[in-house]
Design a binder for this molecule. Structure first.
Ligand code: DLL
Length: 435
């Protein structure tokens, strides 16, 4: 049987969870209405008062909040407690505009650590484990998030942070690390360097990995599991909501349980804002039920997924969300056809390539072009010219049948694309340069 960190919540009846959610939602709406002028104005404008939240479905009366709202109120305008009660700040990388600043009270940090402890426990972590954290520490939430979870459990935490991959491999080996936490693309790079250094999975003691912060396919999971000799678990979260640990995978590996006593999840139609409910694909929206310093309500994540209450063999009753299929702003529209990078990754890995690839999109004479650059494996690279041409043709066909459009394929020498130590940058969209 699976071990739980907080069985009373993780296996509670749906009725009990809903009851907790409603109480906390009512409390939270009162808290932001009283303490954040931004929310008060927005709710007054929408004609909704805290007393109007009588049942969970009433959440639909509250206006949505977007990343732009956070930028407009940068840095502290959405905080609901005075700065003297805030004990930590984190920020998202801010590659697309101003960074998002998230504040935490002592209590918020405690809740967050509990959420991450649930995730690590679901991956088999106990106080006997050595948890190697290669997520960046910095202002990114990954490092300290995983760290907080491991600390709660009482495991040995190794706060390596990201980078200096040879040193990471030596530490994994020497310290007997049993659980690795980092982005899936970095896990793959660590595996690559392990092998380059002449070691194999038998030289390390890893048994599990808790990987997230970027989209990754099931094919990539299998690759990582094979190379490192581990079971690879997904973990999801975002700075705006708390960081990692908003949702986490159990041994069934068919989606992630949302920590719904702390985060209420909705799925909506991204175009109309209509609530779609369970088992229908749409944009994922979260409401923080317990976070006090920076309690976002109905936050539009732009992540696309499905939530479901289908029974899970792990015994947890927490609602599950699928791996985000992509983000509404990651979806490429090529000559009118929707293309997700994850579809391309699936084809590449199914055809035996490693997840070292890049997608270059451009517009030439008003015509969208898409090029998939992928590194050859060492075996393919030493094949005949004819052999390589044949594999390139197979890949072109595979992409065509998955995407319904023609993509140019470029096979590169091994080790030519930049490696990621955090979130991998898969897409270079040159069209934006022309706009
Ligand atoms: O990436 C928090 C995190 C750290 C999650 C470590 C998991 C592990 P942000 O930098 O704010 O926060 O980025 C959040 O990353 O909206 C998703 O688009 C994406 N993302 C996060 N986890 C996953 C995942 C952290 N497991 C954004 N699968 C989110 C797919 C993910 N995408």
């Amino acid at each position: 049987m699976d071990k739980y960190y907080q069985p009373e919540i993780e296996t509670a009846s749906v009725g009990d969870i809903r009851k907790i959610q409603l109480e906390r939602l009512q409390e939270q709406v009162k808290h932001v209405y009283a303490n954040v002028p931004y929310y008060r104005e927005k709710m007054d404008k929408a004609g909704v008062k805290p007393e109007d939240i009588k049942e969970l479905a009433d959440i639909a009366k509250l206006p949505f909040n977007y990343k732009q709202d956070l930028r407009d109120t940068y840095p502290y305008g959405m905080f609901a407690v005075p700065l003297k009660d805030v004990v930590r700040l984190h920020a998202s990388s801010g590659t697309t505009g101003k960074q998002v600043v998230a504040g935490y009270t002592r209590g918020d940090l405690d809740i967050w650590a509990e959420c991450c402890a649930r995730a690590l426990t679901a991956a088999g972590c106990t106080d006997e484990d050595v948890v190697h954290v290669s997520y960046g520490y910095g202002l990114f939430t990954g490092g300290l998030g995983a760290d907080g979870g491991a600390m709660k459990i009482g495991a040995v935490t190794v706060p390596v942070s990201s980078g200096n991959t040879k040193r990471q491999v030596n530490i994994l080996k020497d310290f007997g690390s049993s659980i690795l936490c980092c982005t899936p693309s970095y896990a793959l790079h660590i595996a690559e360097v392990l092998h380059e250094m002449g070691y194999t999975k038998d030289d390390i003691s890893l048994k599990a990995g808790v990987f997230g912060a970027e989209p990754w396919t099931n094919e990539m999971r299998l690759q990582i599991e094979e190379l490192l000799g581990i079971k690879a678990y997904d973990i999801y979260g975002l700075t705006e909501i708390i960081g990692p640990g908003v949702a986490f995978e159990c041994a069934e590996q068919t989606g992630m349980h949302v920590n719904e006593d702390h985060f209420l999840v909705e799925v909506i139609d991204p175009d109309t804002g209509e609530v779609l409910g369970e088992d229908v694909q749409g944009e994922i929206v979260f409401t923080c039920l317990t976070r006090k310093a920076f309690p976002l309500l109905r936050y539009r994540t732009r992540d696309i997924g499905v939530i479901t209450r289908q029974k899970c063999s792990c015994g947890r009753t927490l609602i599950k969300m699928t791996k985000p299929r992509g983000r509404t702003d990651d979806m490429l529209i090529i000559r009118g056809v929707n293309v997700f990078p994850s579809q391309i990754e699936t084809v590449l890995l199914e055809q035996g390539y490693m997840a070292n690839y890049q997608i270059v999109v451009d517009r030439v004479d008003n015509f969208d072009t898409i090029e998939v650059q992928v590194e050859m494996t060492k075996e393919l690279f030493s094949d005949t010219v004819r052999g390589i041409a044949e594999r390139a043709r197979e890949l072109t066909e595979g992409l065509k049948s998955m995407l319904n459009i023609n993509a140019k394929v470029t096979l590169l020498e091994p080790n030519t694309l930049p490696r990621s130590e955090g979130k991998a940058k898969r897409v270079i969209d040159k069209r934006k340069l022309h706009d």
